[in-house]
Design a protein around this ligand. Structure first.
Ligand code: IMP
Length: 187
């Protein structure tokens, strides 16, 4: 199976801790809500929130994407009212930027005190809408990645590090081989 590890566990954990330190410094004295976008942001949010210390609430929302122009609607809403709160959207990856752009627009209508985004990964070269991105973990090219929350057809979110799929046709032909190849490396 042609896959390559692009970010290992140690590098992920060190970068997430740096992001948490940046956020903690910027939000000194405030109590932000980390708003994870399901399902891809779950591992990242779990690690980020534990590095952030006590002053952060956690909530989630689910999105449904429809149309090629990337429109989204909220399929599972937050439990926390965000009006007047400092909200930090937690994303796994920003690609074209369409999803994040729509999401920010939706959340702005709820009048948070402030709105920012932290994304683990930024596919900057593929951006088609200009969307503010306050914190990013890694800038990457346009390879297709799985692991640490990122999926291919719902699979591989549970891989502990990030892997590039070098041959999608090969993956489609034998989806089981990727997990086996990754876990056999002991990573
Ligand atoms: P955007 O609206 O184009 O920015 O899309 C962001 C969404 O595309 C992410 O939340 C992912 O679901 C998906 N995505 C983009 N690139 C990848 C990738 O390399 N692996 C897995 N999902 C990806």
């Amino acid at each position: 199976m042609t896959v390559a590890e692009v970010v290992d566990r140690e590098t992920l954990s060190a970068r997430v801790a740096e992001l948490a330190a940046d956020i903690a410094a910027d939000y000194e004295g405030r109590e932000p809500v980390l708003l994870g976008v399901l399902k891809g942001a779950v591992p990242f949010l779990a690690d980020l929130s534990r590095s952030l210390g006590p002053r952060a609430d956690i909530d989630f929302l689910g999105l449904t994407r429809f149309g090629v122009e990337g429109r989204v609607s909220i399929s599972m809403d937050t439990a926390t009212p965000i009006s007047g709160r400092d909200v930090i959207i937690v994303e796994d990856i920003v690609d074209t930027g369409l999803t994040l752009s729509y999401l920010r627009g939706l959340l702005e209508t709820r009048e948070p005190a402030s709105l920012a985004t932290v994304t683990l990964l930024d596919k900057q070269t593929r951006r088609i809408v200009d969307v503010p991105l306050e914190y990013r973990g890694f800038e990457i090219g346009d390879e297709f990645l799985v692991g640490y929350g990122l999926d291919w057809e719902g699979r591989f979110r549970n891989l502990p590090s990030l892997w590039a799929v070098l041959d999608l046709a090969e993956l489609q032909g034998d989806p089981g081989a990727l997990g086996a190849a990754v876990f056999s490396t002991g990573r």
